[in-house]
Design a protein around this ligand. Structure first.
Ligand code: ATP
Length: 270
């Protein structure tokens, strides 16, 4: 049903301050989503149309979903999330109907931000195979395109999507009037990783003498999601040990644990 497939949040609790290392991307999203929601007259006065759709692309766990939630929160808009995978695991015609419902609901709840995660699930390039499953996915994508094409007069609804597989997308969804603002959200650099760890440890009871920036210096290759797990794991080591303060050693143990987990994962894949 509608309720199961969509996640609707009146006011998500994520703010821009919770997001580390992607300040340029935050600025771009604000311009493309927040400004048109808050000051549509400005766009009208200047005589330009705001971007129709904003596509966030980049590796997993870098903050794309957070960014969409934060812009909805900071624009006082309802956040309506749908996973692309939800749109395809359906009976014939159901994906297209869900897309219609999604836009209808957004219209009822405006101002609203629609966020379609894993958009590649519905908008991948056409393959050669002509199985009925592909035809159904195709229909769902067509419905999405037609909703976006009829989008101009939808008032205070902005549409966003995210993908880890930008290379797989059908160019049809990137045309003007559709997802015409692309924002790359990359893996964090050293400075970004330090900021993200700072964010995820700011409410933690960190033992005196623990140098969080020293921990951060050793996180090459970590995504934001990895860093969030690292902080949680470090806290878990303290709890298991019956302590209320998290020490440098806890962070080191947590890092070893995550590295071991990653190795096991690699072995499973290979
Ligand atoms: P996916 O492509 O896997 O859906 P995503 O890019 O949407 O990933 P998020 O869901 O936004 O990633 O991030 C997952 C979690 O990782 C967040 O809830 C947060 O705890 C942490 N995180 C990721 N990126 C950042 C960041 N830039 N700053 C702070 N925390 C982050």
């Amino acid at each position: 049903s509608r309720a199961q497939a969509m996640e609707v949040t009146e006011s998500p609790d994520v703010t821009y301050d919770d997001i580390g290392g992607i300040d340029d991307q935050i600025r771009e999203v604000r311009e493309a989503v927040e400004d048109p929601l808050e000051d549509p007259e400005q766009f009208e006065a200047v005589g330009v149309d705001p971007p129709s759709g904003v596509l966030l692309h980049g590796p997993p766990g870098t903050g794309k979903t957070m960014l969409a939630k934060a812009v909805a929160n900071e624009s006082d808009a309802t956040f309506i999330k749908m996973a692309g995978s939800e749109l395809v695991r359906k009976f014939i015609g159901e994906g297209a109907r869900l897309v219609r419902d999604l836009f209808e609901l957004a219209g009822e709840r405006e101002p609203a931000v629609i966020f379609i995660d894993e958009i590649d699930a519905v908008a991948a390039k056409r393959t050669d195979s002509k199985t009925s499953g592909d035809a159904e996915v195709q229909r769902t994508m067509m419905q999405l395109l037609s909703e976006m094409d009829g989008f101009d007069d939808r008032g205070e609804v902005r549409i966003m999507a995210a993908t880890n597989r930008f290379d797989m997308l059908d160019e049809a969804i990137l045309r003007p009037g559709r997802f015409d603002r692309l924002i790359e959200v990359p893996e964090p650099n050293a400075e970004g990783r330090a900021r993200i760890l700072e964010i995820h440890t700011q409410d933690m009871n960190v033992a005196e003498g623990t140098d969080v920036s020293e921990v951060a210096a050793d996180l090459e290759g970590y995504s934001g999601a990895d860093i969030a797990s690292l902080a949680t794991e470090a806290g878990m080591f303290a709890i298991r040990d019956g302590r209320t303060e998290v020490t440098q050693a806890d962070f080191e143990q947590a890092r070893e644990k995550l590295q071991d987990a990653e190795k096991t994962e690699e072995q499973v894949i290979n």
